[in-house]
Ligand binder design. Structure first.
Ligand SMILES: Nc1ncnc2c1ncn2[C@@H]1O[C@H](COP(=O)(O)OP(=O)(O)OP(=O)(O)O)[C@@H](O)[C@H]1O
Length: 581
């Protein structure tokens, strides 16, 4: 569905019964509202005629009953529309989050996390007011408008002529405004999302900001981003304010013309004072309702503009996967092969990140990837995990091209231990159980994995043990402890293929030894690809793949490669050897 109006309206479908009930109560309030001026005219025209006041008792009783009915209908209408607004926003937020989390990793190269969280909160919220209450009020205004026009025609067709010019004029002006507001709203939301991304960047690197005394610089960048958002918002407000000024001028001119013509009609005896009074009230209701309809139109266009990106993201399909098997049908032994793989990052099309890379790794083999910074080691790991697809050539698992296997099924056999492991805010138990998303994990399984990862003792040392909350609002762990939790997570996954991104920052020797022991346990019997930085890891590997500028330039065991004195490997290792000597 590409029509943005229908696309937004389609969100209402799921809540049709609630909305229908709300509309029913709204119709009731409109009817009551339409009867007021008539009642007033009755009151004015009878006040002098029946001086004994006998008519007033029944009149007051009827009005009170009608007012009570209106109070109930207003309460119900308000509740039904407002709560549906919240339900719609919650639903869109879930849809947007679901669409974002499914996006391929490359999507996050293009979009800043702060921008996306800003869309998730601000952009979505705008639907709340417009889609339910705004839409209902404008429907109500349209009904009042239609009802009032009928009443006006009944009272005085001649006086009504003025409104025949006024109403289309306001609606036309509203349409003109709406078009401008839509474009501006998209721009405002983009600039607000930019503010979100600046804030996110500085908050997530707060230590660096303080360490380099960059608080003022951070403030200046945020001020700059907010200044841009403010300029766009104020330009929009200027437009809206001018519009309000012009429309109120037009409204008062129409009112003045009505009073002038009405006075003449009273003079001619073709209109009573009561009729003119009710006419003016109906005319006032017409102007305020047509104003409300045109205001709603500009709000609606603002909503369409502000949510354009949200719907683009929700509508975007995640990368298609040419799988022919369901996830749980993928059974791997752990063989891995790159066949002439070429790849460029979409964000950096001028540089070949992988250049005709070919290698085969047997099940259970331990291979170290070695190369200077930027040589392509992490890119190989990302390609194994299917974060990016090869531009040319192919990757095969157990001889089957990856394109023929279900990506989730392949990933179920792979585990990664990152250089600086990420932990989620939650308990240690949850962080380890994160390894197995498809089933309940028992405490015994987690404890066994933690034991193998040398993590059990320090976890038990915390007062809340495995229930200790870590991360943003919990206990902060040392580098070595985080690594052992990440290793426990990998142990629990029990992968056929293990990817280790070795930490470059050194741990103290006791911690290092514990991490190394845990890694040795984890690696036993599995295909392991280590992005290796340490001499001790490299020499232990069955084979070393040496990368330079995205290409594999040497391959073989350490002992063999180190003999090639003019090779890249020898030069890379020279400094390590000097250091360890
Ligand atoms: N997400 C990305 N978008 C664009 N270019 C990237 C991206 N990630 C890496 N690159 C580029 O691709 C090349 C290979 O990078 P890669 O991260 O694989 O190197 P590496 O050998 O792992 O380096 P290091 O040891 O420093 O981590 C580099 O030129 C790098 O700048």
């Amino acid at each position: 569905m590409t029509n943005p109006h229908l696309q937004r309206l389609a969100l209402l479908r799921a809540f049709a019964p609630r909305l229908a009930l709300g509309l029913m109560f709204m119709a009731l309030t409109v009817l009551v509202e339409l009867s007021y001026p008539k009642a007033l005219a009755y009151f004015i025209d009878h006040i002098g005629l029946k001086s004994d006041g006998s008519w007033f008792g029944p009149f007051a009783a009827t009005v009170t009953a009608v007012l009570a009915l209106q109070a109930v209908a207003t309460t119900m209408r308000y509740y039904l529309f407002e709560s549906t607004g919240h339900l719609i926003v919650a639903r869109i937020r879930r849809l947007l989050y679901g669409a974002l989390i499914q996006q391929p990793v490359g999507f996050y190269d293009k979009h800043n996390v702060g921008e996306l969280t800003s869309r998730l909160s601000g952009d979505v919220e705008i639907l709340h007011d417009t889609l339910t209450m705004g839409l209902a009020i404008s429907l109500r205004s349209l009904c009042v408008l239609a009802g009032c026009v009928v009443m006006l025609l009944l009272i005085s067709p001649i006086l009504s002529l003025i409104l025949l010019v006024y109403v289309p004029l306001t609606l036309f002006m509203g349409d003109w405004l709406g078009k401008h507001v839509r474009r501006r709203s998209r721009e405002i939301r983009q600039r607000q999302a930019d503010c979100g991304s600046v804030a996110h960047e500085y908050f997530s690197n707060i230590r660096l900001v303080h360490a380099f005394n960059q608080q003022r610089g951070a403030g200046a960048r945020y001020a700059n981003a907010t200044a841009h958002a403010l300029t766009a918002a104020i330009a929009n407000t200027r437009l809206l304010a001018s519009f309000r000024g012009v429309s109120s001028f037009v409204m008062y001119v129409a009112l003045l013309a009505t009073l002038w013509l009405g006075a003449r009609l009273i003079g001619q005896g073709s209109l009573t004072v009561g009729e003119l009074t009710s006419f003016v009230i109906y005319a006032g209701m017409v102007t305020s309702s047509s104003g409300a309809v045109s205001d709603f139109w500009s709000d609606w266009m603002r909503t369409i503009g502000a949510t354009e990106r949200v719907f683009e993201i929700i509508g975007s399909e995640p990368q298609p996967q040419a799988s022919q098997q369901p996830a749980d049908a993928v059974v791997l032994r752990g063989e891995l092969a790159f066949r002439d793989v070429g790849f460029v990052y979409p964000e950096r099309p001028e540089k070949l990140a992988l250049d005709h890379v070919s290698f085969a790794i047997a099940a259970g083999e331990n291979v170290a990837l070695v190369g200077a910074s930027g040589a392509g080691k992490s890119t190989i790991a990302s390609m194994i995990l299917g974060f990016y697809q090869p531009g040319s050539g192919s990757i095969a698992f157990d001889g089957v091209p990856a394109g023929q296997l279900d990506l989730a099924g392949v990933r179920a056999h792979i585990a990664i231990v990152e250089q600086e492991p990420s932990l989620f805010s939650g308990s240690i138990f949850e962080n380890i159980a994160f390894a197995l998303p498809d089933r309940e994990v028992t405490r015994e399984e987690v404890v066994d994995a933690a034991r193998l990862a040398n993590a059990h003792d320090f976890i038990e040392g915390f007062p809340h043990g495995y229930d200790t909350v870590v991360g943003e609002r919990g206990v902060q762990l040392s580098g070595g402890q985080k690594q052992r939790i990440a290793i426990a997570r990998a142990v629990l996954r029990d992968p056929k293929i293990l990817i280790l991104d070795e930490a470059t920052s050194a741990l103290d020797s006791a911690s290092e030894q514990q991490v190394q022991q845990a890694l040795d346990t984890l690696m036993a019997g599995r295909t392991t690809i280590v992005i290796a930085h340490r001499y001790s890891t490299i020499v232990k590997a069955d084979r070393v793949l040496v990368l330079e500028h995205g290409a594999v330039v040497q391959s073989g065991p350490h002992a063999q490669l180190i003999e090639q004195r003019d090779g890249v490997y020898f030069h890379l290792m020279k400094s390590q050897l000097q250091f360890s000597a």
